[in-house]
Design a protein around this ligand. Structure first.
Ligand code: FES
Length: 577
C-alpha cells in the first residue's frame, strides 16, 4: 500500500492550505521571500537538495544546475525551493569523507522529513555526496530523482591525457622513483583538472553516477554527460519537469530500489569495472529499503557479467570519451539479457524502455559483448581465515601474476607506521612480500579511509617493481589500481584476524578459489587472541563518538546500525494547538 502523504493531495497542503494560525505563519513567512499565493497555492513543493559548496570543487557548479532544475519544475507546474545540505569533498575533508557519509545522509533525510516537500531533486557530485543523498532520500521515501554533476573534461599534458586521480598516483610513483622531475610534476598538477565536475576516471564518483542510472534513480544517459556540456543543464531541466510527474504518480524510491534494481546495478558495476566503494554504498542503500543484499551476490554475478568499459584506472580512456562512445545506455543494451528489463525507473518507464535502441559509437571505449575486455567481471569477493566476513578485490586493476600468490607479511600497525617506515631502506621487503595495513577500518581509522592503495616502497620502485599484493581493512580510491585486497572484515580494531597478524607470517591469496588465508596454526592464533586488547576509543564526544559506537562493518555497508530502514515523514504541520 502507498504511504499517502495527505488524504487530500500533496503533503505540503498540510502546511499551506490550512486556515488556522499555523497556516498563516507558514504562508506569511514564505511570502517574506517575495513569493505570492500564486507561487505555491495548489502546486507540489519540490525541494532541490543541493550539496553545492566552495569547499567541494566537484560540486561547485551545482548552483547553476539548480537554476535549470527550477525552470523545469516551474514548467511542469511545481513550486521549487532549493535548500543546502552538508557537502563532502574528497580532496579537502579529513580524515575521510566516508566518516561523514552517514551524517550527511541524516541531514538529507531529516531535511526532507521536516519540511513541506512533496518531492525532491538531489544534486550530487563528489564521491560521497551521491550515496549520502540517496541514503537520506531512501529513508525519507518521498518521490525523488537524482541529478549528478557530471565528470570534468579530460586532463591534458604534453600530448597525453590525464585522469584524476589515477594519473596522480602513477606520476607520483614516477616522481618517487626519480623518473619525473619536480617541474614536470608541477606541470601535471596544473593540467589535470580543467573544468567543473567530479573526477573523470571510472573512480567512485563516476561509478556512483553509473550506479544511480543503473538503479533507475536518474534519467537515462545522465551519468556520463560532462559537467560543462550544455546537455547536463538540459538533463537538469528535464529532471525538474520529471519530479513533478513522479509526485503526481506518487512514485517513491522504494518502488524503484527493488531487488531487481540492485541486481541490475551489480551487473553494471562489473561491466564498467567500477569502484570497489560501490559495494559498500549499494549494501547500505539496500539496508535502508529492506532488501537483503549480501556481499556474496557481487561475486555470484561477477563471472557471468562481461567487462566492457575501457576506462582508467582499469583501462585507457576517460569519462568524456565514455559519453561520446554512447554512455551507460549503450553498456546496458549490450548486457540487456542479464538485466531485469521490467525494473521501474525515475523516467516513469522501465529499464528496457530506457535503453531501447542504445548503440555503441566507439567500440574502443565500450567493447561490444562479443569482444569483451574480459568475459567475466572485475570485482571479486574473497573469504578465508584472514577475512571470515569477506574482503574485496578489483582484479581488472591488478597484475594477473599476483592473483595467485603466497608471501611473507610485512605488517604496518597503522597509517602513521606506514608513513614512517615505507621508504626506510632497511625495511625487510621484496617483490614476493605481502604488505599489510591494519587499524584503517570503519572503527579503527575511523571512517575506513582510502588508504588501501599502500605505496610501493621506494627501493622496490627503483628495482622496477610496479605491483605487490597489498591487504588492509581500509578502502581504496576508485581511481587507484594494483593487486590490492580491501574491506577486510571484521577489521583489526574489533578483533578481526588482521589484528593477530605478525611480520613474517605467510599469507596465501588465491583469487581463482576466492580465498585469502593466514597460514598460521590455530593454537598460535589462539595465544595471540588471548594477548590482544582492543585499541583505545578515539572519540569521546559528538558525531564521531556516535559513529564509533554504531558503525557497521564493511560487509554490511558501513551504515550506522540505527539508520537502517526508514521512518514516515512528518504529516502534521501543527505548531500551535
Ligand atoms: Fe570529488 Fe574526485 S575529488 S570526485
Amino acid at each position: 500500500m502507498k504511504e499517502s502523504p495527505s488524504s487530500d493531495g500533496y503533503r505540503s497542503r498540510e502546511w499551506f492550505a490550512r486556515k488556522d494560525l499555523d497556516g498563516f505563519l507558514h504562508r506569511s513567512w514564505l511570502k517574506s521571500e517575495g513569493f505570492t499565493d500564486q507561487a505555491f497555492a495548489g502546486r507540489p513543493v519540490i525541494g532541490i537538495c543541493n550539496s553545492w559548496s566552495e569547499l567541494v570543487n566537484c560540486n561547485v557548479h551545482l548552483r547553476g544546475l539548480a537554476e535549470a532544475v527550477k525552470r523545469g519544475v516551474l514548467q511542469a507546474g511545481g513550486f521549487p525551493l532549493e535548500f543546502p545540505v552538508m557537502s563532502l569533498g574528497e580532496s579537502l575533508m579529513k580524515p575521510t569523507t566516508m566518516l561523514y557519509r552517514n551524517l550527511m545522509a541524516m541531514d538529507v533525510e531529516e531535511s526532507i522529513r521536516a519540511y513541506p516537500l512533496d518531492g525532491v531533486v538531489l544534486l550530487t557530485g563528489c564521491d560521497k555526496t551521491n550515496p549520502a543523498s540517496i541514503l537520506g532520500a531512501a529513508s525519507a521515501n518521498i518521490p525523488a530523482i537524482v541529478v549528478t554533476g557530471g565528470p570534468m573534461l579530460n586532463g591534458h599534458w604534453r600530448g597525453r591525457e590525464l585522469g584524476s586521480c589515477s594519473d596522480c598516483w602513477h606520476y607520483h610513483e614516477e616522481l618517487r622513483a626519480g623518473r619525473l622531475s619536480e617541474q614536470e610534476f608541477g606541470e601535471i598538477e596544473n593540467s589535470m583538472s580543467r573544468s567543473h565536475g567530479h573526477c573523470m576516471v571510472m573512480g567512485t564518483a563516476s561509478t556512483m553516477a553509473c550506479m544511480t542510472e543503473a538503479l533507475g534513480l536518474t534519467l537515462p544517459g545522465g551519468a556520463a554527460i560532462p559537467a560543462v556540456d550544455s546537455r547536463r543543464a538540459q538533463l537538469a531541466e528535464t529532471s525538474g519537469r520529471q519530479i513533478v510527474e513522479l509526485v503526481e504518480r506518487d512514485l517513491r524510491p522504494t518502488e524503484i530500489l527493488t531487488r531487481k534494481a540492485f541486481e541490475n546495478a551489480i551487473r553494471v558495476l562489473h561491466a564498467i569495472s567500477g569502484s570497489t566503494n560501490a559495494i559498500l554504498h549499494l549494501i547500505a542503500y539496500a539496508g535502508r529499503v529492506g532488501v537483503d543484499l549480501r556481499l556474496d551476490l557481487f561475486d555470484e554475478l561477477c563471472e557471468s557479467t562481461p567487462w566492457l568499459v575501457n576506462l582508467k584506472p582499469a583501462g585507457e580512456y576517460l569519462m568524456e570519451d565514455f559519453y561520446y562512445a554512447g554512455g551507460l545506455p549503450a553498456v546496458m543494451a549490450q548486457i540487456a539479457d542479464l538485466l531485469h528489463l521490467d525494473a521501474l525507473t525515475a523516467s516513469g518507464q522501465s529499464v528496457g524502455d530506457n535503453i531501447a535502441g542504445a548503440q555503441i559509437v566507439n567500440p574502443e571505449v565500450i567493447a561490444p559483448v562479443e569482444k569483451a575486455l574480459d568475459p567475466g567481471g572485475s570485482l571479486v569477493v574473497l573469504y578465508g581465515s584472514l577475512c571470515p566476513d569477506g574482503a574485496v578485490m578489483k582484479i581488472s586493476a591488478a597484475d594477473p601474476a599476483l592473483l595467485r600468490h603466497e608471501g611473507r607479511a610485512v605488517v604496518f600497525e597503522d597509517i602513521h607506521d606506514l608513513a614512517t617506515r615505507v621508504d626506510d631502506p632497511e625495511l625487510e621487503i621484496d617483490a614476493s612480500s605481502v604488505m599489510v595495513l591494519r587499524n584503517a577500518g570503519p572503527v579503527g581509522a575511523p571512517g575506513m579511509p582510502e588508504w588501501g592503495h599502500l605505496p610501493i616502497p621506494k627501493k622496490l620502485l627503483k628495482e622496477g617493481i610496479e605491483d605487490l599484493v597489498r591487504i588492509s581493512d581500509a578502502r581504496m580510491s576508485g581511481t587507484s589500481y594494483g593487486a590490492v585486497v580491501l574491506h577486510v572484515a571484521p577489521e583489526a580494531a574489533v578483533g578481526g584476524p588482521l589484528a593477530l597478524l605478525q611480520d613474517g607470517d605467510t599469507i596465501r591469496l588465491d583469487v581463482g578459489d576466492r580465498r585469502l588465508d593466514l597460514l598460521v596454526d590455530e593454537a598460535e592464533l589462539e595465544a595471540r587472541r588471548e594477548a590482544w586488547s582492543p585499541p583505545e576509543k578515539k572519540d569521546e564526544r559528538g558525531y564521531r563518538r556516535l559513529h564509533e559506537e554504531h558503525v557497521l562493518q564493511a560487509n554490511e555497508g558501513c551504515d550506522l546500525d540505527f539508520l537502517r530502514g526508514r521512518s514516515p515523514v512528518v504529516e502534521s504541520a501543527t505548531t500551535y494547538l
